[in-house]
Design a protein around this ligand. Structure first.
Ligand code: FES
Length: 302
């Protein structure tokens, strides 16, 4: 997706073609890694598809940003009070924050690698700034080990500068979600029918594993399919970035999962859950019945 018009991030990065070689470089690394057989469980874990069923990156970055902020507060308190216990506390928080930042970096690059155009440029700019800030925190940590006097003062200055850079970079991270809609559930605003609603689809016209699309009165696209004699209905718009699920292919055990044609998310047709990332949210699920005229009626199930 490349939305985000009229936002500061979009206006800045849309002209910054110099970011593309960085994006190509990191894209080759991340994309190449996930082509290695057996890496998909790790990819699902880092997206948050499993076991969280929610994007992992924003959750783990809260820990990282909060931790580094606490570290700066402890450093400032130490400078004001000269209490040595505060230094040890700041060092400890720095170590914990750096460990959580590894999860932030890995989950961030995993999500970012499914983006395009200006959204991708914005994401790589955010990632590069965060990487530089992380190097600053690591340098500060190295200086703090056994350091005293000038080295300690340098360590505090470096981690404070890295923290400021992290705050600047965080703006562009927020821009991904709030400006471009990265990883936002594309079904979040769907108005689903709570009461039985007729469709134009007849049960007799359905062929096994050949999905058809119908629209509710409120405009929600329905994915209707017959699977081994049973009819299943769920949303047709991929929750990851809006791909048309009816154009995907059936995969998985018993071929009961539909794979999005855009980035490969997999949804179980029987319960509408997301079984493979990058999507983390399942589709809205509907129950169906056959009306007297042979047409299907649907109702939101959850
Ligand atoms: S739109 Fe990205 S996986 Fe469907």
């Amino acid at each position: 997706m490349s939305g985000g018009r009229n936002t500061l991030g979009h206006d800045l990065v849309k002209r910054w073609g110099w970011l593309d070689p960085f994006a190509n470089f990191f894209g080759a690394i991340v994309g190449g890694f996930y082509k290695v057989p057996g890496t998909h469980p790790l990819k699902d874990l880092l997206h948050g598809t499993w076991p969280l069923h929610h994007p992992l990156h924003p959750a783990v970055t809260d820990l990282t940003i909060g931790g580094y902020t606490a570290m700066v507060a402890l450093d400032v308190l130490y400078v004001v009070t000269d209490e040595p216990g505060l230094l040890r506390a700041a060092d400890f928080v720095l170590v914990v924050s750096f460990i959580t930042s590894l999860g932030s970096i890995l989950s961030g690059f995993t999500d970012w690698n499914e983006t395009y155009d200006t959204e991708r440029r914005n994401g790589i700019f955010h990632g590069l700034l965060m990487t530089v800030a992380s190097v600053g925190f690591l340098l500060s940590l190295w200086l703090r080990v056994g350091a005293a006097g000038d080295a300690r003062a340098s360590a505090i200055v470096i981690s404070t500068v890295a923290w400021l850079l992290m705050l600047f970079a965080s703006y562009f991270g927020g821009e991904m979600t709030f400006g471009f809609g990265t990883e936002v559930n594309r079904q979040a605003w769907s108005e689903v029918p709570e009461k039985w609603e007729p469709t134009e689809v007849t049960a007799a016209s359905l062929e096994d594993r050949k999905p058809v699309v119908a629209k509710t009165k409120s405009g929600v696209d329905l994915f209707i399919v017959s699977l081994d004699g049973s009819v299943y209905v769920m949303g047709n718009t991929c929750t990851h970035a809006g791909g048309p699920l009816n154009e995907g292919k059936f995969v998985g055990k018993d071929r009961c999962e539909i794979q999005c044609p855009w980035h490969g998310s997999r949804f179980c047709v029987k319960d509408a859950s997301a079984r493979g990332g990058p999507a983390t949210f399942g589709e809205p699920r509907f129950e169906s019945r056959v009306a007297g005229n042979g047409r299907l009626e649907v109702r939101f199930k959850g």
